[in-house]
Design a protein. Structure first.
Length: 392
C-alpha cells in the first residue's frame, strides 16, 4: 500500500491579502480587517506588515490600534472572501476529489495515488500554487507530508508563499529541527509551562517519557506533546471530514478567555456555516460545538433541535447554549468550532407556522441577503452585531 500523501493549503493572510489585491494602494501597508479603532470588535485578520507590530487575530481592535496606529483598519467583507474562497476550492478540485475544507482559507487535499496523473507531489504543488496565483492573484502556502498533522506543520514552515515537503521517514527529523513555537498547538501558555520544567526545545521535550509528561501536564496534554514532537499525528485530524456535516473552526494565535470575543468569533463562524448550508440547499437539526482548551483538552457537545436551523441567529443562539455548557470553568480557549451534523438535501417545504414567528421573519431576511450575495458578488453585507458598534 503506498504512503499517504497529504497537502495542507493555507491562503496567506487571506482577508487582508484580498483587500490589498482589490486596492493596490494597500500593498506593503499594515492592513487590519475587523473594524475601525474605537470600537469593541476584534481583529479578524491582518497582513504580514501588521503582524510585525504584534497585531494578531482575535485581538481587540483597541489593542491593535495601540500597537499599530498607522494601520489601515477595514470592515470584514465576508461575501467577497467567500467568493474568492470558493474559486480557490474549485481549483483544488481540479487536482483531487478529496478536498477537505476546514475553514474559509485552508483545506487538506488527499493526493495519494495522483502521481500518475500529475507527477511528483512537489511538482504538483508548485503547479497548483502557480494556478491559484494566475487565476486569483493570491499566494498560498502548501505543506506536503504523509499525515495531515505534518502537512499542517509543513505549510507554515516557509510562509508566506511557502512550499515544503516532509518525506516518509523524515517525520522525526523534521519536527526535531523545529523550534517549540513552530510546533502547531503549542502556544505561549504551554511554552511557559514547559520552560518551568526546563523544556525549551523539541529535543528536550522528546527526552521526557510519557509517564513524566503525564505527571507534569495531565493525560490529554501529555499525549499531544509526546506524539507531536515525534512527528506522529496526535489525533487533531484523526477523523476525515464527513459529507453529511458542515463545520468551521478557528485556532487562536493566543488563548482566549473572554466571552465577548468568543461570542463574536462564533457569530462569524455561524454565518459561514449557514451560508454553506444554503449553497448546498440542505437542512440540519443538529448543532455541534467544539472547544480545545489551553491544556489541549478537547470538548464537544451537540444539540438536536425540533425544527431545522434556518437562520444565523438560531445557529448562534444554540451554539452559545452549548458554549455555556462546555465552558463552565472559563479556562482559556485555543480553538473553537461550530458545525451542523446529519445534513441532508432539503427535499420539500416544511410545515408552516400558525403565527409569523420572529425566527420566520429572520429567515426571510436572510433569504434576501443570501440572494443579494449570490447576485451581487462582493457585496459587503455583514451582521450588525459583528460590526463592534462601528459604521462602515
Amino acid at each position: 500500500m503506498p504512503d499517504q500523501v497529504w497537502f495542507h493549503v493555507d491562503m496567506d493572510a487571506f482577508y487582508a491579502s484580498i483587500e490589498q489585491l482589490d486596492n493596490p494602494e494597500l500593498r506593503d501597508r499594515p492592513v487590519i480587517v475587523g473594524g475601525r479603532p474605537g470600537g469593541r470588535g476584534v481583529v479578524s485578520a491582518c497582513s504580514y506588515e501588521a503582524r510585525a507590530y504584534g497585531v494578531h487575530s482575535a485581538q481587540p481592535i483597541v489593542k491593535a490600534a495601540e500597537l499599530c496606529p498607522n494601520g489601515v483598519f477595514l470592515p470584514v467583507r465576508m461575501a467577497r472572501y467567500r467568493d474568492v474562497s470558493r474559486a480557490v476550492m474549485r481549483i483544488f478540485g481540479d487536482y483531487t476529489p478529496a478536498v477537505y475544507q476546514v475553514s474559509i482559507d485552508e483545506a487538506f487535499l488527499e493526493m495519494t495515488g495522483t502521481e500518475r496523473l500529475f507527477g511528483p507531489p512537489r511538482e504538483t504543488a508548485a503547479r497548483l500554487k502557480q494556478q491559484v496565483r494566475e487565476q486569483t492573484g493570491l499566494t498560498i502556502s502548501i505543506g506536503i507530508a504523509p499525515s495531515r498533522y505534518l502537512a499542517k506543520l509543513a505549510s507554515g514552515y516557509d510562509k508566506p508563499d511557502g512550499l515544503y515537503q516532509v518525506l516518509p521517514g523524515e517525520e522525526g527529523t523534521f519536527t526535531a529541527n523545529l523550534p517549540l513555537n513552530k510546533l502547531w498547538g503549542v502556544g505561549k501558555q504551554t511554552r511557559r509551562r514547559l520552560e518551568r520544567f526546563g523544556i525549551t526545545t523539541v529535543t528536550e521535550l522528546r527526552s521526557r517519557s510519557i509517564e513524566e509528561l503525564t505527571r507534569l501536564f495531565g493525560e490529554a496534554a501529555a499525549h499531544y506533546l509526546y506524539r507531536s514532537c515525534r512527528g506522529i499525528d496526535p489525533g487533531v485530524y484523526a477523523e476525515r471530514a464527513k459529507s453529511h456535516s458542515i463545520s468551521s473552526e478557528t485556532t487562536f494565535e493566543h488563548d482566549i478567555a473572554n466571552m465577548e470575543t468568543l461570542e463574536a468569533v462564533l457569530l462569524e463562524l455561524c454565518d459561514g456555516v449557514l451560508h454553506r448550508l444554503r449553497i448546498e440547499n440542505a437542512v440540519s437539526h443538529v448543532v455541534t460545538l467544539k472547544l480545545r482548551l489551553e491544556d489541549f483538552t478537547t470538548k464537544t457537545a451537540r444539540s438536536t433541535r425540533s425544527e431545522p436551523v434556518s437562520t444565523v441567529e438560531e445557529l448562534h443562539d444554540t451554539a452559545l447554549q452549548l458554549l455555556e455548557r462546555l465552558w463552565s470553568d472559563r479556562r482559556p480557549v485555543r480553538l473553537i468550532g461550530v458545525g451542523l451534523d446529519n445534513v441532508r438535501f432539503d427535499d420539500g417545504p416544511r410545515q408552516g407556522e400558525l403565527f409569523d414567528r420572529r425566527s420566520e421573519r429572520q429567515r426571510r431576511v436572510e433569504d434576501a441577503v443570501f440572494e443579494l450575495r449570490r447576485r451581487y458578488r462582493g457585496l459587503p453585507i455583514r451582521k450588525a452585531r459583528n460590526l463592534g458598534g462601528q459604521q462602515d
